[in-house]
Design a protein around this ligand. Sequence first.
Ligand code: GDG
Length: 468
Amino acid sequence: MSRLIVISNRVSAGGGAQGGLAVALSAALRANGGIWFGWSGEVTDHFTGHINFQRTDGVATATVDLEEQDVEEYYNGYANRTLWPLFHYRIDLAEYERSFAGGYERANQRFAETVLPLIEPEDVVWVQDYHMIPLGRELRNRGIKNRIGFFLHIPWPPRRLLGTLPEAAALVETLFGYDVIGFHTQEWLDSFVDFVKAEMGATVDESGVVRCNGRSVRLVACPIGIDASAFEEMARGLTARRTYEKVRASLVGRALIVGVDRLDYSKGLEERFLGYERFLEEHPEERNSLVLLQIAPPSRGAVESYQRIRSTLEGLAGRINGAHAELDWVPIRYVNQGYPRDVLAGVYRAAKIGLVTPLRDGMNLVAKEYVAAQDPDDPGVLILSRFAGAAEQMPEALLVNPYSAEELSDALQRALRMSLTERKMRWSAMIEDVRQRDVMWWLESFRECLEADVSADGTVTELNRSVA
Ligand code: GDG
């Protein structure tokens, strides 16, 4: 197999303490050689393009510092204040500034310039996520002929929303620098096709190849998974067991509902709290018999909309607790810090209900982790937003509209009353898929597409049959 060059905004090479994506990419880099390239996370006075090479757990990494203006315009600006809200359907929060767009282009040119000498002719290049949409085109402009793939980890927005971005068509046009573009779901892929057909006059053939202005790119829906077997094992391990005991003891017989999300407005935390509040009001008899534990480590604190969501949630949790708490019971435990993965595994296992209700999510790995951590003899119930990419793969979850407090309340009631037989039936179907389409499956499926032989007429001769 060819060497792999992974390019992403941040580099998180390493071992089992990391999330599934880092584990899978690290494994591929270890097995076939290659380099993981990206921003170091450090800021320098002036951009120099100096590369810091390291080897972390057998994985070669190459990182570059960015200057302050790049971080402001490219990262805090275009990536987090323009593309993230827009791609999560929040045009009310999206900021359209020419300086952000310019900084994004400049940073991507700098990444391309810096990584260029590291790419050898037979390498396969794989660019990750919305921070780096134009990178493939920048590499092509510098003469790179290698196979280059792009994977989008977040949703692709509907055409009319994307159309509000002043430079939408020019940005999308750069994606034709890639050989393959991967999305988590058919829905995101279809939205992409809708845009390029309607706004750019593209045509699409049956094998998923899109043609536009003499260029073509192959599209694939390829859902990411977790490192399922490792997570299942972690949930049975010592730290998880201790956490389980500790959490259970603190509940004194009450049922635990758990939410684990980065503190982000796309995750529907405010709506989740309102749904829970509704439940407490509609079912006073259930008060004192359950607890919602929301773990929400802060993220992107430099961006104002993230500061706002933080204070909104603090206010809401305070209000609900103030209205409903009793001497020996607090309805919401709201925790603003992160925990190691093996601790999380124990918390998931201790929870009768996993509440995963993003307003919009590319996939959502917490849903899969919750399922993987369950006790097969007494599994909990997953309540999942129908607007998470994961819903396409997990129809056996209790699917809800996260905007509706009533639906959330009904789902909580149903989950609390669900028989063991039904819980087992739903869980068995979900865990089978979580195990089968795990993160290695995702990596290999995408890679197979990327390395497939494409003839001059665009026919892919070596397709991965199992890709959705
Ligand atoms: C993007 C897309 C897509 C959370 N709290 C802690 C912690 N986490 C871990 C979870 C999970 C990961 O972070 C979050 O993954 P998600 O998939 O839920 O969401 P995003 O971060 O928004 O990721 C998403 C994903 O990319 C992959 O393509 O699924 O749709 O938005 O693994 O467990 N981990 C630790 N401590 C915490 O407190 N260690």
